[in-house]
Design a protein around this ligand. Structure first.
Ligand code: ZN
Ligand code: ZN
Length: 80
């Protein structure tokens, strides 16, 4: 991000530099992501009711596949 000064005197941020990063946010809820793949994965489930709840913690998700990944990574177990 680059701080520029307009002729009027007010400072403004030049978002051009961060355009790539700023574009990685959910169109529906505005959640931001560091990776494009994380956004597209989130977009599939965004707005859906979280029907799957983790047996090991309060985490909930709308997608069974997401829950399997969560359980595998966070708890090192297999989701049934
Ligand atoms: Zn979203
Ligand atoms: Zn969990």
């Amino acid at each position: 991000m680059v701080l520029k000064q307009e002729q009027g005197g007010d400072f403004f941020f030049d978002y051009e530099v961060d355009a790539e990063m700023l574009s990685i946010s959910c169109d529906k809820c505005g959640k931001q992501f560091k990776r494009k793949s994380a956004k597209s994965e989130h977009m599939k489930a965004c707005g859906e009711e979280p029907r799957f709840s983790c047996p090991y913690c309060p985490h909930r998700t709308a997608r069974r596949r997401n829950m399997r990944t969560h359980v595998a990574i966070k708890h090192r177990c297999r989701y049934p």
